[in-house]
Write a protein that binds this ligand. Structure first.
Ligand code: GLC
Length: 748
């Protein structure tokens, strides 16, 4: 009895305490009521403060002219002029900063802590482009859920991911962050990653951001931050679908991109933000600028000064100013003099506040800052195990001509090239809080995999790709006792990511010298290529028969490589970007239009002169989109459609028989493409519309079936209206975008 009385008394005291609290601090009111109450108490300056996001850690962009400095930022924070910090990480730092916001500002509004958790926080997974090569959506969801778990345990509320910029530009360093050149595959990963990051938005998850809105991946010539100039038709059909998929999956926030669209910087684009994102797609969440992108509208020549840039951004529907400070320094005045209606400011502020309420920060502002939880969560054994699986699943086998792989217990191995011993280069620029010290190198992976093998390492080529001439002798000597040579080439890790555009994406001369020295020994050579983008490998492919593309595999890279080389994992990945045969081909991609004078490589002679081709290099990429080998081999047959024609409310069942003609159990990624043969406007020669991963034991066959609804035959016009045009289609199913069976389908 006594206990109950005490409990009642406690509840009573508690509700008394709430009763004395302002409505916005009282959880018995709805979020809406609490937000309105808070808004009514805020000064215009405090409202603008909520729209101000400030860098509090390492720079992930250029420092800005009006940067207030560390002391200045603390001062701003105390004045209620900061709504969110980026790059403040770890429970200790985030807690200390949150305490100032909650305990030392007039209204005690908690902060949002944001960070680029792109492919892992402490446990680093393969780069997203590598993960996309697995075509494994469940694995991507699991990986992002782990990243979210670690990030949230380290005090973070919000990640600036997933990046969903379709791109055909391997010169662009940021292709590593996305899922490649295809809008459908990218959209599927958008859903998976948003689900993984956000879950049910409890304290083990984080708010996600789809970025960079829009079409940042179309930067001319792959040059970072460059002009984007494309048709609305391409925008709707190629570039927008993945962002839309993320919005439909419930992504909490959207980030503007740096580029222009139709001559207007995305951050100030009423068309992109207000018309497409908000009105057409119904997105009512927060839109955050990219790093200083509001202020950069001045450089673009779109805004005459900071004041105009801030007005243009908020009026276009964007809300939060990351780092440029143009809102902080000018917006209050523009609201006071009526250039920005108070209602517009209030809407933007409400979007920020509602995220804070959604996360429960007004009720428990410190719930993400538990140091013990942080310690037990980061690098947990199950996270590392998942990262290892994911690394192996992303390794893409480009060639295995003589069946040299897998290497079963080689007695002795000669390993060559700096990348084999580098802890640093298995992580990239967007490595989160990944430490080099925690990574597994290729050499370590091999030693762990083959404890009985005699493994010799010669660096031969350094990090800058320079060959050491003395290495020739050493290689010759060491090769005498080696059963096999494993040679590593590629690009070092920090060349993947933002501001890392390259004009030359071939292996260095030094790396080629090393490969040829290895070949000259007469021993079988396995070439491992490590890079955050497709490289131009024409010479390597011409001269070497065994090539594994390892991408950048993260913390467990070395184990992933060894798992595949040994055959413990049978490779199944297929590239999500075409591999160019020469830089001069770029952009080269599978879903191109046909042109009036199409050409296919191999067709020579006078009849093939006035055609769309280069005179010195091939038209086709070295490896097409969707390409990758396995230790298993597969034969496709009997492509069948359940109907020859369908109307627009129907769907057709597409079946194909796939036989694993090898001695090894495998997983095959089966791809379905369509072609709309005659359409106005015209359609690409192929478009991915479905895929599946199917396990096929050695020697067995499986029938794979896809449901293809007529709606998947639709596309957008240049205004974003859906078109579904009657007529003849091809349906293709195959191993990659080039190697397919085909059947006819009519849409009635
Ligand atoms: C950048 C990037 C963006 C990132 C942001 C914060 O410059 O373009 O992707 O989220 O800064 O680091």
């Amino acid at each position: 009895m006594k206990k109950i009385h005490l409990l009642l008394a406690a509840i009573f005291t508690c509700s008394m305490a709430f009763a004395q609290q302002p409505v916005y601090k009282n959880p018995s009111y709805s979020s809406q009521e609490r937000i309105n109450d808070l808004l009514a108490r805020m000064t215009i300056e405090e409202k603008v403060g909520q729209l101000n996001q400030v860098n509090g850690g390492v720079l992930t962009g250029p420092s800005v002219a009006n940067d207030p400095g560390a002391q200045g930022k603390v001062q701003l924070l105390k004045e209620g002029m900061v709504g969110s910090f980026l790059n403040v990480v770890g429970t200790e730092q985030t807690l200390a900063t949150q305490k100032i916001a909650v305990e030392q500002t007039r209204l005690g509004i908690p902060l949002l802590f944001a960070f680029d958790v792109i492919h892992g926080y402490k446990t680093v997974f393969p780069i997203p482009l590598a993960e996309a090569a697995s075509w494994d959506l469940e694995a991507a969801e699991r990986a992002t859920a782990i990243a979210a778990k670690e990030a949230s345990a380290a005090g973070l509320h919000w990640t600036f991911a997933p990046m969903m910029d379709v791109s055909r530009e391997p010169r662009w360093g940021r292709v590593m962050e996305g899922s490649g050149e295809d809008p459908y595959l990218q959209a599927k990963f958008a859903e998976a990653r948003v689900k993984g990051f956000q879950g049910n938005l409890d304290e083990n998850h984080v708010l996600a951001t789809v970025k960079h809105f829009a079409a940042y991946g179309a930067a001319e010539a792959g040059k970072e931050y460059n002009t984007v100039d494309l048709s609305r038709y391409a925008l709707w059909n190629y570039y927008l679908p993945p962002y839309k998929a993320a919005v439909e999956a419930g992504v909490a926030t959207v980030m503007n991109s740096f580029n222009i669209m139709d001559g207007v910087p995305s951050s100030g684009s009423d068309f992109l933000v207000n018309q497409v994102l908000r009105d057409k797609w119904g997105f009512n969440g927060l839109v955050v600028s990219d790093w200083a992108s509001f202020g950069e509208m001045i450089n673009h020549g779109y805004s005459k000064d900071a004041k105009e840039a801030a007005i243009q951004s908020i009026m276009a529907g964007s809300d939060m100013d990351m780092e440029s400070g143009v809102m902080r320094t000018t917006l209050a005045e523009s609201v006071k003099n009526g250039e920005v209606p108070m209602a517009v400011l209030d809407e933007a502020v409400k979007r920020v506040l509602s995220l804070k309420f959604q996360l429960g920060l007004f009720d428990d502002p410190y719930k993400y800052h538990d140091a013990a939880k942080e310690r037990r969560t980061l690098l947990a054994a199950e996270h590392l195990a998942e990262a290892r699986k994911s690394a192996a699943a992303s390794m893409t086998l480009l060639k295995n001509d003589q069946g040299l792989l897998p290497l079963q217990n080689p007695k002795s191995i000669l390993v060559l090239g700096h990348l084999a011993e580098s802890q640093e280069d298995v992580l990239d620029f967007w490595k989160g809080q990944g430490d080099h010290a925690n990574t597994v190198t290729i050499l370590e992976g091999l030693k762990a995999k083959y404890p009985a093998s005699d493994i010799t390492f010669i660096q031969a080529v350094n990090r800058d790709g320079i060959f050491d001439q003395n290495a020739v002798k050493q290689i010759n000597k060491a090769a005498k006792k080696a059963e096999v040579v494993i040679a590593t080439i590629g690009l070092f890790g920090d060349l993947a990511g933002e501001a890392r555009s390259l004009g030359d994406i071939s292996p260095s001369d030094g790396q080629m010298t090393m490969l040829h020295a290895a070949k000259a020994t007469g021993k079988p050579v396995v070439v491992l290529v490590q890079a955050g983008r497709p490289m131009v490998l024409t010479e390597v492919v011409r001269d070497f028969g065994t090539i594994l593309y390892t991408w950048i595999g993260g913390t467990q890279h070395g184990h992933g490589v060894a798992d595949v080389l040994s055959g413990d994992v049978n490779p199944s990945a297929k590239t999500a970007m075409s591999f160019p045969a020469a830089v001069g081909q770029i952009p080269v991609y599978y879903n191109h239009y046909n042109t009036g004078r199409p050409h296919q490589d191999g067709n020579e002679g006078p009849a093939h002169f006035w055609v769309s081709r280069y005179r010195d290099i091939p038209n086709e990429p070295l490896f097409p989109f969707g390409y990758g080998l396995s230790y298993s081999t597969y034969e496709y047959s009997d492509l069948k459609l359940s109907k020859k024609s369908i109307n627009q409310n129907e769907s057709v069942t597409v079946t194909v028989n796939i036989k694993n003609t090898s001695q090894v159990d495998g997983t095959e990624i089966v791809q379905l493409y369509i072609r709309d043969l005659v359409a106005q406007p015209i359609r690409p020669v192929k478009e991915l519309k479905d895929f599946t991963r199917v396990d096929i034991p050695a020697g067995q066959s499986r029938t794979v079936s896809f449901e293809l609804p007529a709606t998947k035959l639709s596309f957008y016009d240049e205004n974003g209206n859906t078109l579904l045009q009657k007529g003849a289609f091809k349906v293709f199913v195959g191993k990659n975008s080039d190697d397919v069976l085909e059947a006819d389908l009519e849409l009635k």
